[in-house]
Ligand binder design. Structure first.
Ligand code: SF4
Ligand code: SF4
Length: 123
């Protein structure tokens, strides 16, 4: 398990991380059919090489460098990242269900603008 995308990506989803990832492990890309329907992007944990390039590229600090460093309020999204598989509708749906449950159970964070959400993770 490697880098983890968390909820500031929800409502941002600008793909800046995809553009810098050297191993194409962040999905869905804009040219993949799932892109329009997904709520956020996901990092494939087995393909990520821990290079760190995506972290400064993200405009809303959504990416943490390990499951361990992922804040308590975001731990559920570790599973969303590891579940998502481009081209597998069942796993796409399963990952999105985790994200939807996260949104429903974190009304406080969802009420914060995406750019301010990472700062709110620590509170
Ligand atoms: S740490 Fe590197 S390999 Fe992993 S998702 Fe980010 S850019 Fe891609
Ligand atoms: S750069 Fe950040 S906000 Fe943009 S798609 Fe990647 S994780 Fe989401």
């Amino acid at each position: 398990m490697a880098f983890v995308i968390t909820d500031p990506c929800i409502g941002t989803k600008d793909s800046a991380c995809v553009d810098v990832c050297p191993v194409d492990c962040i999905h869905p890309r804009k040219d993949e059919p799932e892109f329009a329907a997904t709520t956020m992007l996901y990092i494939h944990p087995d393909e990520c090489i821990d290079c760190g390039a995506c972290v400064p590229a993200c405009p809303v600090a959504a990416i943490y460098d390990s499951p361990e460093s992922t804040p308590a309020s975001q731990k559920d999204l570790i599973d969303a990242n590891s579940t998502y598989r481009a081209g597998d509708p069942a796993l796409v749906s399963q990952a999105e269900s985790i994200v939807k449950a996260h949104i429903e159970s974190h009304a406080d964070l969802m009420g914060v603008a995406p750019a301010e959400r990472a700062a709110a993770h620590a509170k």
